[in-house]
Design a binder for this molecule. Structure first.
Ligand code: NAD
Ligand code: DAU
Length: 352
């Protein structure tokens, strides 16, 4: 079996659902169920004995030791993190605790477990660290896309905490020989994406007739990847990635934010037209994010060359599926928009 951390969040839940659709190998899913974790994402697995959910914190060493001893997983796939840049600006401590201390705790527990394994199991064990392109910092127009050897230049508390975790993972491989692989992925989108992030926020705000808050001039560029493509890349790296290597994952889909917002408005105009006219009327420019990275772009040639991975979705197919998913899952959106969510929206957007 495999141990997944953060498997009730956006990418983690898509990964668990995809894993069990492709394999019969069971999953232990360790997740603290912060505001970003939602068991409803996994409701289709109710009664499926291949999935065992454990509510707990990755900083809890005794809990992690106990899970490893009881279930003896052949791999750990580590998604659990605080993931939202804006939240990291308002409150960085949670990012240090989970992303740095939590990754350290998992590495130490994995090291103790792995060192005691018999030789054949030891050779097959994997610690797969799921990370982000934000560790590389910001590109200027015309700069080549991030390769795996790009220097680390994180600019936000979030990306700094993820960079720290990447360095710990690297060091545990070089110093202790722990069999690790790391993936650095670009911006994901798709089902179960929490509506604090750009794409789901724009969809749910538009449907509610609320402003669509575009930071700064809206010309910041991100490289968008449909979430199930990220999950298939992780499966490929876990199965065939070289030990100690990092692999960049991206969709070859660089787009300025304002273009994303216009695309969402156009799709909603087609799929759920509004009596008052186009959703474009809701676009509102607001104050920029402090330290806002201008451009990310991933060079994903290494994973294609070594493992034959390429994304299956184009941006056009992925964004249409995503908008349709949110139209079909109004109950999921209502469920995650709890009191805590409303407080966050008030705090983040009130002063802009
Ligand atoms: P998310 O915020 O949607 O989910 C994070 C999950 O981790 C939640 O279920 C939460 O409950 C859980 N969690 C948080 N702190 C925990 C703790 N201390 N112990 C146990 N569980 C805890 O995040 P996501 O967008 O699904 O991102 C998953 C991973 O992928 C993160 O490591 C993130 O850095 C990375 N990543 C995300 C993106 C993206 O576009 N979303 C892109 C590249 C990499
Ligand atoms: O690049 C990978 C990263 O992508 C992941 O590591 C992070 O976990 C994930 O949250 C995401 O980070 P971003 O900061 O790029 O995503 P976010 O959706 O918050 O913002 C995307 C862009 O949209 C960014 O330039 C800021 C802008 N934005 C965002 C929000 C929430 C707006 O213009 N308005 C908004 O209301």
């Amino acid at each position: 079996m495999i141990l997944v951390t953060g498997g009730a969040g956006f990418i983690g839940s898509n990964f668990v659902l995809g894993w069990l659709a492709h394999h019969d190998e069971p999953v232990i899913n360790l997740d603290a169920l912060t505001y970003a974790g939602n068991l409803r994402n996994l409701s289709s697995l109710q009664g499926d004995t291949r999935h065992r959910f454990v509510r707990g914190d990755i900083t809890d060493r005794a809990l992690v030791d106990g899970l490893l001893a009881e279930h003896r997983p052949r791999a750990i796939v580590h998604f659990a993190a605080e993931s939202h840049v804006d939240r990291s600006i308002h409150g960085p401590l949670a990012f240090i605790k989970t992303n740095v201390d939590g990754t350290y705790t998992l590495l130490e527990a994995a090291r103790a477990f792995w060192q005691a394994l018999p030789a054949d199991e030891k050779a097959g064990f994997r610690f797969h660290h799921v990370s982000t392109d934000e560790v590389y910092g910001s590109l200027r127009p015309g700069d080549p896309a991030f390769t795996e050897s790009h220097p680390y230049e994180p600019n936000s508390p979030y990306s700094a905490s993820k960079a720290a975790s990447d360095h710990l993972v690297r060091a545990w491989h070089h110093t202790y020989g722990l069999p690790v692989v790391t993936t650095n992925c670009s911006n994901n989108y798709g089902p179960y994406h929490f509506p604090e992030k750009l794409i789901p926020l724009m969809i749910v705000n538009a449907l509610a007739g609320k402003p669509l808050p575009v930071y700064g001039d809206g010309q910041q560029i991100r490289d968008w990847l449909y979430v199930t493509d990220h999950c298939s890349a992780i499966r490929a790296v876990l199965a065939r990635g070289r030990l100690g290597e990092t692999y960049n994952i991206g969709g070859w889909n660089e787009k300025p934010n304002i273009e994303i917002v216009h695309t969402i408005c156009a799709l909603l105009d087609e799929l759920r037209p509004h009596a008052e006219g186009s959703y474009q009327r809701l676009v509102t420019y607001v104050a920029d994010r402090p330290g806002h990275d201008r451009r990310y772009a991933i060079d994903a040639r290494k994973i294609e060359r070594e493992l034959g991975w390429r994304p299956a979705e184009t941006f056009e197919t992925g964004i249409r599926k995503t908008v349709q998913w949110y139209l079909d899952h109004a109950d999921w959106v209502a469920d995650v928009q709890s009191g805590g969510y409303r407080e966050w929206v008030d705090r983040n957007y009130a002063q802009r």
